[in-house]
Ligand binder design. Sequence first.
Ligand SMILES: Nc1ncnc2c1ncn2[C@@H]1O[C@H](COP(=O)(O)OP(=O)(O)OP(=O)(O)O)[C@@H](O)[C@H]1O
Ligand SMILES: [Mg+2]
Length: 610
Amino acid sequence: MSSTSTQAWRGIAAEEVEEVPSDWTGLLRRRTRRLIGSVARPHKRAIVLITIAIVVSNLAATAIPYLVGLGIDRGIAGARHHDYVPIAVITGLIAICALLQALLYRVFVSGSGRVGQEIILQLRERVFAHFQRLSLAFHEHYTTGRMIARLTSDFESINDMFNLGLDTLVNSVLSVVGVGTILLVLDLPLGLVCLSGFVPLYFLSRWYQRESTKAYRVTRNAMAQVIVQFTESLRGIRAVHAFRRAPRNDEIFGELSEGYRAAMSRSFQLLGIYWPGIVLVGNITTAAVLLYGGWRVIGGEMEVGVLTSFVLYLRRFFEPLAEVSQFYDSFQAAAAGFEKLAGVLDEDPGVPMPAHGAPLPAGGLKGAVTFSNVRFAYREGANVLAGFDLDIPAGQTVALVGETGAGKSTVARLLARFYDPTEGKVTIDGIPLEALDQHSLRRAVAMVTQESFIFSGTIADNIAFGSPDASEEQIISAARAVGVDSFVHTLGDGYESDVGKSGSRLSAGQRQLVALARAFLADPAVLILDEASSSLDAPMERLVQSALRTVLADRTAVIIAHRLSTVEIADRVLVLDSGHIVEDGPPGRLLAEGRGHYASLHAAWRDSLV
Ligand SMILES: Nc1ncnc2c1ncn2[C@@H]1O[C@H](COP(=O)(O)OP(=O)(O)OP(=O)(O)O)[C@@H](O)[C@H]1O
Ligand SMILES: [Mg+2]
C-alpha cells in the first residue's frame, strides 16, 4: 500500500543517508587521525600524566592478588611460628597498593573527563565556526538533518567514549596484559591453561566484530532516516497541516522507526551471544585451573597461595574482556563521529575571506560597482551569466527587472559575495570583492531578500543583528526610517517585544520591515533589495518607498522587484533576460521609447492592477 511513496520519499532522503565505513581502517582515515591529533595536541602534557596515572594504578591493582597469595603462603606460615614481620609487611603493602590504586584512578577519571570535555568544547566551537563559513553552495546540499546530526549525535558518541569507553578500554587492556604476564610468571603450565581460553575467545571476538560492524551500519542508516523524516516533517509543519498530511507522515515515521528498532534489536542479540560466551569461557577456564592446579598442589608442585592468586587473577582477566566487547559499539560510534566531523572540517569554504583585506580608501567606500566579463553557473555547464558586464556609478539607484529565472537574484548574490564568479570580477570602488576581509565586506554590501530571516529575540535585537554596537537611538531611528514604528506599539513591549521563533509572531510584511531596518542600520555602501517589499500592502509600500528615497539618496542601491511601482524611485532600469542586459536607461525614457521590454513589462504590470 504505502511502498511506492515511501520509495519516492527514500529517493529524496538518499543523500541524507550517509556511508558508514565497514571497518576500522575505513573509520580511522588519515583526516580522522589528523583531526584527533590536532585536538589532542594542546593537552599533550595532561594526556601523558593521565596515562602514567592509569598505568601505575593498574600495576598497583594487579599486585594485590599476588600479595594475597604471598600472604597466605609466607605471612600465615610465619605467623604460625610467631614471626609476624612478613604478614605485617605484606598487609602494609596491600594497603599501600589499594590506596595508590584508588588515588591514581581518581586522577585518571577526573583528568580524562576534564580533557575529554575540553576537547569536545573546542571541537564543537570549531565545527560551528566552520559550518558558518562554508559557502551557500555547501549549505544548499548539506541538509539540516545532517547538520543536526553533526552537532548532536556525533558529539554524543564522542562524549560517551570519553565518559565510559576510554576508561574501560584502557583499564581492560592494561589488566589483561598485566595479568596475563603475571600468570605466566607465577606458574608457567597453569598460566598456559589460562591463556588457552584465548583461542575460543579470539574466534568469538572476530565473529562479533564482523557482525556488530554490519549491524552498526544498518542501525546508523536507520537512525539517519528517522532523523530526516522527523526534521523534514516538522520544519514543513505548515505544509503538513495545509495538506492534512499528518496521518501519512505517521505511517512513514512508523515504518522507519520500526526499521530502527529491528536494527537495534539485532545489535542486542549479537551482544546476547557474545557476552555470555565470554563468561562461559572464563568459568570453564576457572574450573580447569582449579582442577589442574589442585592436582598440582596435592602433588606438592605448587602452593595453595599461588593457586588462590590464580583464581583471583582469573576474575580480573575475563571480566575486562567482556566489558571491552560492550564498548566496542561505543568506540565504533565515536570513530564514525570523528570521521564525519573531519569530513565537514575538510570542506573548503567556497568563498574564502582574507584575514587582512585590501585597505579601504580614506573616507570609506563610495560604492561604485562593476561586473566585468562575469561568468557564473550554479552547476557545471549551466551558465546563468556569461560575459556579464555592468557599471554602476557610486550613489546610483538601479532597478533590476526581468522575467522569473532571468538571473536577477544571481546578480545580487554575486554582488553580496554569496558566491564567487566562475570567471571575471566583481569590484566595489575598483577593489575586487574577494580582496575584502570580513569587516570591510560588511561595510561594503548588505542584502535584504524576500525571505527575510528573523531570529528569536526582540525587535531591537533583530534590527541590530548586523550592527551589534548600535545604540538604542540608532536602532529606533532606523526603525522609523522604514516604518517599523508604525506597528511596533501594537506588540506590547515595543522594541523589546519578543518576536517568537523565526519571527512567527510578526506578519510577513512586518518581518520585511524589520529586515529593511536591519539593513539601513548596517549602513553599507551598497544596498541590495531583492523583492524586499513584496509582502507589503500598497499603502505600506508607498510609505517605505518615500523613506527609501531619502535613505538611498547618497548610497548605491540595487532594487529587484516584480511590482514596478517600486522601480519608480530608480535612477536607472536594467532589464535582464536569460542573464543578459537587454535594456538600460532611466525608467522615464524606457517607457517613453515605447515598444521595448521594459515598456511591455510595465504595460503588463499596469494591466494586472485593474
Ligand atoms: N541555488 C541554485 N542552484 C541552482 N540553480 C539555481 C539556484 N538559484 C537559481 N538557480 C537557477 O539560476 C537561474 C536564475 O535564477 P535567479 O534566482 O537569478 O532568477 P531571478 O531572475 O531572480 O528570478 P525570480 O524573479 O523568480 O526571483 C534560474 O534558472 C534558476 O533555476
Ligand atoms: Mg529572484
